[in-house]
Design a protein around this ligand. Structure first.
Ligand code: HT7
Ligand code: ZN
Length: 878
């Protein structure tokens, strides 16, 4: 497969002004009739032929302006249909036949549980019909769906239904019209036995919008939270960004087989059932919050993505980075803002930083790709969002909002670039954002080395920041970035933020109690004057830039910040840094075979957290959570999975023994019989209670085990049930865990989303039988490699969350993953290329593991590979 390059972008030869589609649905022989109204693109190079994309299509008929084309007047290969002598304006008709039942890749039109559905982003539409399947070709669509009246009573597509009727042979049809020009990736069709829940929303201009959530009948009782989230998102986007919905109907459909979380098709969002269905008895608090976030994300795309879309797929972060930023802000506003920031940053620092440091590292705007679906990455989404957040912070909210208004107004109905977006921000603010644009073109996580000096005699604090971005594949040399570093100076005597007076080229600048430093050079020194007492600097407040910041904090400094920093995020981060220092010592002790000794400052810090009641329970739960094994691994020069696991367990057990009574009281104080609600207060309470229980269970004392058993038995809600079940299954108490697991499996055998949890809980168990459990469960009748949720629940959970067992020294974990990748490469290349990720990170491990991992990658390379897996494996072995 050949790469596509950003520098080769050219406007299309033709544009499509209107698209008429007619689907006659059948499981194995769906007929797609397309009539495309085409005209030469004014900006295209003269003389270019009309070339349409098309894959896995069986062409039955082709005509221009009613005239059937003869052999020789067009050419077809396995990716394109070319008409060399097409007129400048034409109506092209094609009829193709496709096989949805054989479509296990879940791109294009496929069957899920007997239901027809589509996934067209990024390049799935070309598996439905011949088309200019690129985002800068936008057309209005009219779609007629024909299906069996009994089997497929519900027939949906984008826009508004304009006609419906009966047909011979037990068939019926519905015609849909979408008045908003859209690229083909936003096309959608759904047909099946679905039932709906309906509600209404009155927009800010007083229009009534009908909201429909379509699900299989057994899931009708799991829609309430998604509907509530949808209405909240619509309101929030009006109030926060001034964006109003633009059709009379907004539909969401839940499907069981879906490669990602959801898809923002115009007026007809299609969702993975895991990202939309919730019920207190079946979904955890985390799932409720995910649903709220994904519903918001897809809804927000109606403006950031659909009304204003991407010129080409290199601009993917234009819509994804901006929309993630919007959904993160929404979730922060409706839940606990500090906790949302802590969770988002934890995820970024663990998973996106690892991507940035690995062989598939790429800029937020890549300059080439082989398979675009490999680029729906954490870098495009999460780092892309951090870049938008930096813009928001550099401009301030009001100016950022002006820039956003200008962007939506100026480019409404167009397919544009990242320059267009940042250009609006520069225009409204007057800021020079040229250097800032490097955030989009340079891969890798910038590192900042900071050091500070306090000059008692002059009352000056000098802070030196040195930036460097490590080399990444294809980018050996990096330029300095424009990095906003939010800082405060916390007085060591007062514990208060000191007023910041910055010495600048134009004199003294008053930054108030915390301010943003603009780091633009490789190295810069910032001098603060009138600093009345020795400070501890609080750096990168709120995580003001996606960088790794090092500062030689002493442990007392960190304990001090943990107590005194006015920035909630940095208070949490100080705790994490303190725990990391202790963990580093313990990891070294484990590797050297010497006795592990716990740093008493960590114990004391935890004791203070537990003894001084905090009014923010949600933040407290985060503070009491130790860095994950994955995050700890990210901090190590060479990952020693066993030492990390042992060190983290040691800290956990030490704290549990030392603070047992405190954890018990915390547990009891947060027990509640109140009816379940997914609100911030209850979620915080449950988090705290379950964090406490996890400490108690780490030492498996009788009281802790009994509390877990009772919590499971009470079956109050899935958050508590799953927390208790996980702790029991991950303990040595098989006498309690096994019957609990059996009861859980029997009770929920009918519910795929709960069974996903049943699979995950078992394969993440740290005991050495986990790999056998995975193999055993792969033979379970409920397991299927064709269902991405099941693959993620079983294989994904094992390779991603069970580090000690996946990285077994006999290489059996790696072998299991490569066997799965080889099978999925044939069935579902998109999922294969994602699930392989842990194997591509071989450089981070010891020589023995490196050799084992590379051998498995070579074994995969020897197969007949899809472009998806080929691209990842080649990069990993380069
Ligand atoms: N924009 C959507 C992307 C998506 C996708 C991409 C590749 C393959 C399958 C997919 N399903 C959805 C989702 C989003 O970011 O909103
Ligand atoms: Zn998105």
């Amino acid at each position: 497969p050949q790469p596509v390059y950003l520098k080769d972008y050219r406007p299309p030869a033709y544009r499509v002004t209107h698209t008429e589609l007619k689907f006659d649905l059948s499981a194995t022989d769906t007929q797609v009739h397309a009539a495309l109204h085409l005209e030469r693109h004014p900006d295209s190079e003269p003389g270019l032929p009309l070339t349409l994309h098309g894959e896995k299509l069986s062409l039955k008929h082709i005509a221009i302006d009613g005239q059937e084309l003869q052999e020789g007047e067009y050419q077809v290969d396995d990716a394109t249909l070319t008409i060399p002598e097409a007129p400048d304006r034409l109506r092209l008709e094609t009829v193709v036949v496709i096989d949805p039942q054989a479509n296990t890749a879940l791109e294009g039109l496929y069957l899920s549980n007997g239901m027809f559905c589509t996934q067209c982003e990024a390049e799935g539409f070309r598996r439905i019909t011949y088309y200019l399947d690129r985002p800068d070709v936008m057309a209005t669509f009219s779609t007629t769906v024909i299906g069996d009246r009994e089997q497929l009573p519900v027939l949906l597509s984008n826009g508004n239904p304009v006609e419906r009727g009966e047909l011979p042979n037990g068939k019926h049809f519905v015609t849909w019209e979408d008045p908003h020009p859209k690229p083909s990736y936003l096309f959608a069709l759904v047909a099946g036995q679905l039932e709906k829940v309906e509600d209404h929303f009155t927009t800010m201009s007083g229009r009534d919008v009908t909201l429909q959530l379509w699900v299989e009948s057994e899931n009708l009782d799991k829609t309430e939270h998604a509907m509530r989230s949808l209405k909240a998102s619509m309101k929030w986007d009006e109030e926060t960004y001034g964006r109003e919905y633009d059709l009379d109907l907004f539909m969401i459909v839940a499907v069981n087989d879906f490669n990602m979380g959801a898809m923002e098709n115009k007026g007809l969002n299609i969702f993975n059932s895991a990202a939309v269905l919730t019920h207190p008895q079946t979904a955890t608090d985390g799932a409720f919050q995910r649903v709220e976030g994904v519903v918001a994300h897809e809804y927000f795309h109606n403006w950031s993505g659909n009304r204003v879309t991407c010129r080409d797929w290199f601009q993917l972060s234009l819509k994804e980075g901006f929309t993630v930023f919007r959904d993160q802000s929404f979730s922060a506003d409706v839940n606990s803002a500090p906790v949302k920031r802590i969770q988002d940053v934890s995820f970024l620092r663990t998973a996106q930083f690892a991507e940035d440091a690995g062989p598939t590292a790429h800029p937020v705007r890549p300059d080439h790709y082989i398979e675009i679906s490999n680029f729906y990455t954490l870098t495009i989404y999460e780092k892309g969002s951090e870049i938008v957040r930096m813009l928001r912070n550099l401009l301030g909210w009001d100016t950022f909002r002006k820039g956003s208004d200008l962007y939506f107004e100026r480019f409404d109905g167009q397919a544009v670039t990242i320059e267009d977006f940042v250009g609006c921000m520069a225009e409204v603010s007057g800021l020079d954002l040229d250097q800032f644009m490097r955030w989009y073109s340079q891969a890798g996580t910038p590192e900042i080395d900071a050091h500070g000096e306090y000059d008692y005699a002059n009352g000056e604090y000098r802070l030196t920041l040195r930036q460097r971005t490590p080399a990444t594949p294809g980018q050996p040399d990096k330029q300095p970035l424009h990095i906003p570093v939010r800082v405060g100076l916390v007085g060591t005597k007062s514990g208060e933020d000191l007023t910041l007076t910055l010495e600048g080229p134009e004199g003294k600048e008053n930054l108030g109690k915390d301010g943003v430093l603009h780091l633009r050079e490789d190295e810069q020194t910032f001098v603060f004057t009138n600093v009345a007492e020795a400070p501890v600097p609080s750096l990168l407040r709120g995580f003001s830039a996606p960088v790794k910041l090092r500062f030689p904090y002493g442990r007392e400094d960190l304990a001090f910040l943990l107590q005194n920093d006015s920035d909630g995020f940095n208070r949490w981060d100080a705790g994490q840094r303190l725990a990391m220092l202790a963990l580093d010592d313990l990891i070294a002790a484990h590797r050297n075979g010497v006795e592990k000794v716990m740093d008493p400052r960590v114990t004391e810090a935890f004791r203070s957290l537990l003894n001084e009641p905090s009014d923010d329970k949600a933040v407290l739960a985060e503070m009491l959570t130790l860095p994950s094994e994955a995050y700890i691994a990210e901090q190590q020069p060479m990952v020693d999975v066993d030492a990390i696991h042992a060190a983290r367990n040691f800290v956990k057990q030490w704290l549990a023994v030392s603070l047992r009574d405190e954890f018990l009281s915390l547990y009891r104080a947060n027990q509640s019989d109140a009816p379940y609600a997914p609100d911030a207060e209850q979620i915080a309470q449950r988090s705290l209670k379950n964090v406490a229980l996890s400490y108690l269970m780490s030492i498996e004392d009788e009281e802790g085990v009994e509390l877990a058993r009772q919590q499971f038995e009470a079956q109050h809600n899935m958050t508590d049930v799953r927390a208790a079940l996980t702790l029991l299954v991950h303990s040595s108490r098989g006498d309690i865990a096994d019957p609990a697991l059996r009861a859980f499996g029997e009770k929920w055998a009918h519910d795929p989303l709960v069974m996903d949890q049943w699979f995950s809980v078992q394969v993440t168990r740290p005991q050495s039988d986990a790999l056998d459990r995975v193999k055993y469960l792969m033979d379970h009748p409920a397991f299927s490699l064709k269902n991405p949720n099941r693959v993620r629940a079983l294989i994904g959970a094992f390779v991603g969350q069970n580090r000690v067992n996946f990285h077994r020294l006999d290489g059996e974990g790696y072998k299991l993953l490569s066997d799965v990748v080889i099978e999925l490469n044939r069935l579902n290349p998109e999922i294969a290329a994602r699930i392989i990720t842990p194997l591509t990170r071989w450089q981070r491990f010891d020589e023995q593991r490196q050799a084992l991992m590379k051998a498995e990658l070579e074994r995969i390379r020897a197969e007949d590979l899809s472009p998806n897996v080929y691209e990842v494996v080649e990069k990993a072995l380069a």
